[in-house]
Design a protein around this ligand. Sequence first.
Ligand code: FHN
Length: 402
Amino acid sequence: MKDTKQKWFKDAKYGLFIHWGLYSILAGEYKGIKTDRIAEWIENDLNIPVEEYRKLAEQFNPTGFNADDFVKRAKEQWGMKYIVLTAKHHEGFAMYDSKVSDFNVVKATPYGKDILKELQLACEKYDVKMGFYYSQAQDWDDPNGYMHRKDNSGKDFQKYLDEKCKPQIKELLENYGDICLIWFDTPMGITVAQTQELIDLVKSIQPNCLLSGRTGNHMGDYMTTGDNFIPRLPYEGDWEIPATVNDTWGFNKFDTNWKKQDDIISRLLKIVSRGGNYLLNVGPTAEGTVPEKCVEVLDEVGKYVTENSEAIFGTRPLGVYAYEIPGIELTGRAHKLYVHVLSPRTRIELLNIGNELKGAYVLSTGEQLEYSTLKCCEGDGMIEVELPEKLRSQKNFCVCLE
Ligand code: FHN
């Protein structure tokens, strides 16, 4: 079982993942060919020569990016508690001022500004935790970085680790204030000793910086589930699920398969009730803005999250029983059970609950509700909450049982 021993991570529940890099310029299409896979993989999947891919940097000028607005919205409108941005994805391009490689946003683009610095200042202003994604094994730009499903023979991976990966991680940890976590990903081929080198480096600079479950060889500080994978039962310990709103991470102009707000709310609550954190991704465009449809969905989810924050943040996982009531998700903390009503109904019926009830009320308004309890035997019973007429046609509200 993984235990971060960090309360902020256990309480956080909902974070923002940002996949942003040069792939956002291609937006799923290169020279008229569409990629049928996730957009940030286009260089690898369409075999774009490194020299050609590098030239994309000359076009990267995200003048629509406003870190202040971004972070403010993530916190206040979407209700998220931490942000993890791709400092360097598999393409090898650094979204910050790196002295280690000129293939970075400050040196190689007309934009010329350090995106991570902008994000850091905004996160500090709004008191939002900031973490960085860093692709530690795959680097399609470096001659010694790994590539997926390509010939990696003859590469000196240790040289890449020593000359690019570790020096860049050092930069990230030394120049951008407190980093809540480094989100290492796809640790293909990395040995136990090399994983330990990364861990030692991170902890020697920022001992409190957490390492994702994909650091390598199960040596991270918490568990990372598969992408978009929600377990049916709670996992023990600390864990997080990386997830998409559509079907890609980086921006893809063809992918309009946006999940509905109700679906995201239900996923979030399932994850929270099972004890995990939901790290939900947006893929900004090359201009630095989030697609409108994605914003609409996250705004709607954000209304639920901010109105019912008590029933989400700082809650602790419930037992197995909780997960099988259609249209209802349950979350809880000591002495409080939160019943999230996600489809219309006339009453809430909870079986196999023998606890005494002190009160039932709508969490967002405080409106008291009629309830009855039935004791079957010592330690077992049932609770019924009759919903008033006006609530019976409604969904997406939360009832607190004390
Ligand atoms: O290959 C990456 C992918 O591009 C994306 O970053 C996701 C996020 O979890 N991780 C890898 C695939 O699992």
